[in-house]
Design a binder for this molecule. Structure first.
Ligand code: IDP
Ligand code: MG
Length: 152
């Protein structure tokens, strides 16, 4: 089933010039980028986005980390894309993330795990709405969709 998810490269990914490399993993899989932008997250947006963690001991550090530099926010579209992108991202703790996942290949520390991805349909909807306006979505057909998908 075609879905949309919210994915965000965190400041460490941009500072380490990994944006293109990580984005290309999604592109090569056949996942469509329907919106993307580089932005600085305000403290308010960081606290709202990570609201479910507000009582955790790492919350303050998490908000400082995510607001410490630009992020690259994306809306990705594809079949079962919420689950598939979470699998590509890997476990929260990069030391436990499988090799071949983004965190398993590029990160080593939970507090610097370079990428965020929505974990459910509900969070995808919420997070897309926090970062993007409907008018920013590009509705287009990739010329190889009939090769990527058996039934486009
Ligand atoms: P997720 O990003 O894999 O969904 P969550 O549990 O939702 O993981 O945590 C959100 C983010 O908070 C993580 O990606 C990581 O940056 C940070 N975080 C989670 N647990 C810890 C921790 O124990 N220490 C430091 N940072 C953490
Ligand atoms: Mg999460």
């Amino acid at each position: 089933m075609k879905q949309r998810t919210f994915t965000m490269l965190k400041p460490d990914a941009l500072k380490r010039r990994l944006t293109g490399e990580i984005l290309s993993r999604f592109e090569k899989r056949g996942i469509k980028v329907i919106a993307a932008k580089t932005l600085m997250i305000s403290e308010d947006l960081a606290k709202t986005h990570y609201g479910e963690h507000s009582d955790k001991p790492f919350f303050g550090d998490l908000v400082s980390y995510i607001t410490s530099g630009p992020v690259f926010a994306m809306v990705l579209e594809g079949d079962d894309v919420i689950t598939q992108v979470r699998k590509m991202v890997g476990a929260t703790n990069p030391k436990e993330a499988d090799v071949g996942t983004i965190r398993g290949d590029y990160a080593i520390d939970t507090g610097r795990n370079i990428v965020h991805a929505s974990d459910s349909e509900e969070s995808a909807k919420r997070e897309i709405g926090l970062f993007f306006d409907e008018s920013e979505f590009c509705d287009y057909v990739l010329p190889d969709e009939n090769i990527i998908y058996e039934e486009p």
